[in-house]
Design a protein. Structure first.
Length: 297
């Protein structure tokens, strides 16, 4: 019996030492890389997921050529998001313009272990009756229809992202930061190709519940704030959200504990890529969410 425990202890000690040596080797490797080398490597790893790294803000954002552009968007995807550990407030704005129904949607909340926000622009080929809006799969806009998107994302009054670009789907994600959707506040600005389109979008905002005095329209640009969702959930849905958020908080803490040798997300994620690849994939859980779209088309 004593011999058995002795052998077992030696095996544990061996694997502990092996793991310690492996961690030290990975940390030394990352510390020996230049910032440019690390950014290039991380962008190469993120490209298949449709994202890139912004070193100036230590956040991640979506690429214009992201594969998600092929899949479009539908209200059903928001309802399925909770199954993929995504808890967010969403603001879908439908409006008709130029013989088409358009959808501009904003999101802010917790995406697995990422706190983030999004703005996306989509369209249908024809005018869609209001009764069918939520069941319609809208296409991502083409390059000529992309708009100037920008938003500032705040968490409890502290700014965590400030992004802007001519885009079809602008995003910002801060890894390892836990938030409830109500903790987040977004100040958004959208510059449309034409003034008439900006006016049609403003009318759509008013239909969702916005007060006209809370919307600023200047030429082609509409600016407004997104602080809370107009959607009401039942008791079971709220309970499900709490359970998912408990899991998200646990994984955030796990991520921060494992990557404690580093401060920047750039270093933390490269460390996970070498040390624990399965957690690296979990960080980019958004990819799994997008796959459901492909299957339902």
């Amino acid at each position: 019996m004593y011999l058995f425990f002795g052998i077992f202890f030696l095996i544990l000690l061996f694997f502990f030492c092996l793991n310690f040596w492996r961690r030290k080797k990975i940390i030394k490797k990352i510390c020996g890389m230049s910032t440019e080398e690390k950014c290039c490597l991380l962008d190469e790893l993120l490209e298949p997921f449709g994202f890139c790294y912004m070193p100036s803000q230590d956040i991640f954002t979506s690429r214009i050529d992201a594969m998600q552009r092929e899949f479009g968007y539908c209200a059903l995807y928001d309802k399925a998001a909770l199954s993929f550990h995504m808890v967010f407030d969403c603001l879908p704005v439908y409006f008709n313009y130029n013989a088409r129904t358009w959808l501009v949607e904003l999101w802010k909340g917790q995406y697995g272990i990422n706190t983030g926000g999004e703005i996306g622009i989509y369209y249908a080929d024809d005018i869609i009756p209001e009764s069918k809006w939520e069941n319609t799969i809208f296409q991502c806009v083409k390059n000529e229809d992309m708009a100037g998107l920008s938003f500032n994302l705040f968490r409890k009054g502290m700014g965590i992202a400030d992004v802007g670009a001519r885009h079809w789907w602008l995003t910002a994600f801060s890894v390892g930061r836990f938030s409830h959707p109500e903790d987040l506040y977004m100040r958004a600005s959208i510059t449309f190709p034409h003034h008439e389109m900006a006016e049609a979008f403003t009318e759509g905002l008013v239909r969702t519940g916005y007060c006209p005095d809370d919307i600023c329209i200047c030429h082609h640009t509409v600016t407004f704030s997104f602080a809370k969702s107009f959607v009401k959930y039942g008791c079971l849905r709220r309970l499900h959200i709490r359970l998912v958020q408990c899991a998200n908080r646990f994984w955030c803490r796990t991520y921060l504990f494992i990557t404690r040798p580093f401060c920047l997300s750039l270093d933390k994620i490269l460390y996970l890529y070498y040390y624990l690849p399965f957690i690296f994939r979990k960080i980019l859980r958004i990819k799994k969410y997008k796959k459901i779209k492909r299957k339902r088309r």
